[in-house]
Design a protein around this ligand. Structure first.
Ligand code: ZN
Length: 232
């Protein structure tokens, strides 16, 4: 009986402190504050990202805000029909000063996640000892209506819902390229930069698969929405 009373008291205290928490918690720790793409990676950011996948209007609001902050350039395109439908596809054409080898299609949650990824990549590179900032990303696409590994049977790939992005290389402002296919092992500084970018991939995306995973990923990072930080 006494234990029950204690639990009830705690619940009431928790409930009463909600308004205070809503105002005083820093935004990246506050579950009530909408996600901002500049939030640092972590479980709260991941929770907010997951919540966006069930809330198209909130997702678009995050993207519009990011666009106003000049952190991403995109436009909404008509819904995709057929075997691989997408309700609210966006075409991403750049991330602020970071340009792309070509524009690509993304589900709204993937658009938000990729923006987080690019913003945090600058930090990841610096921490890996690479001083020249990221300037350009080359990739081989995102949306493809197919099963995993192009198999006849099996489950639909994350690419079937534009929930994954295959990135092949990163160019720095000084002109240097870090290519997944060439620099995963050498030279040392480029390899360190690529490993940091790959780890940043699974800190923001649900999964990041690279050359160590299997031969199918020898030349690119697969950055996908499924999972909660699966790094291979
Ligand atoms: Zn892929």
């Amino acid at each position: 009986m006494r234990a029950l009373f204690a639990v009830a008291l705690l619940a009431v205290c928790g409930w009463l402190s909600l308004p205070w928490l809503k105002i005083h918690l820093p935004p990246q720790w506050n579950p009530f504050t909408p996600l901002n793409v500049t939030d640092p990676p972590g479980w709260m950011t991941r929770y907010k990202l997951k919540r966006l996948s069930n809330d198209p209007a909130a997702c678009m609001a995050v993207m519009r805000q990011a666009s106003e902050q000049r952190l991403v350039q995109f436009r909404a395109v008509p819904p995709m029909q057929g075997d691989c439908p997408i309700e609210q596809p966006l075409r991403i054409s750049g991330y602020g000063d970071v340009t792309l080898s070509s524009s690509f299609l993304a589900s709204c949650p993937m658009a938000v996640t990729s923006t987080l990824f690019v913003i945090n990549s600058q930090n990841a590179l610096r921490q890996a000892g690479i001083t020249s900032p990221l300037k350009r990303i080359s990739h081989v696409g995102s949306y493809a209506c197919r099963n995993i590994y192009h198999r006849q049977e099996g489950r639909l790939s994350e690419h079937g819902s534009a929930d994954a992005w295959d990135v092949t290389g990163f160019q720095l402002a000084n002109g240097r390229w870090l290519e997944v296919g060439k620099n995963w092992q050498q030279p040392e500084d480029a390899a360190a930069g690529l490993h940091a970018l790959w780890r940043n991939g699974c800190a923001t995306f649900g999964n990041a698969l690279g050359p160590d995973y299997n031969a199918a990923h020898a030349s690119h990072f697969h950055l996908g929405m499924r999972g909660t930080g699966y790094c291979r």
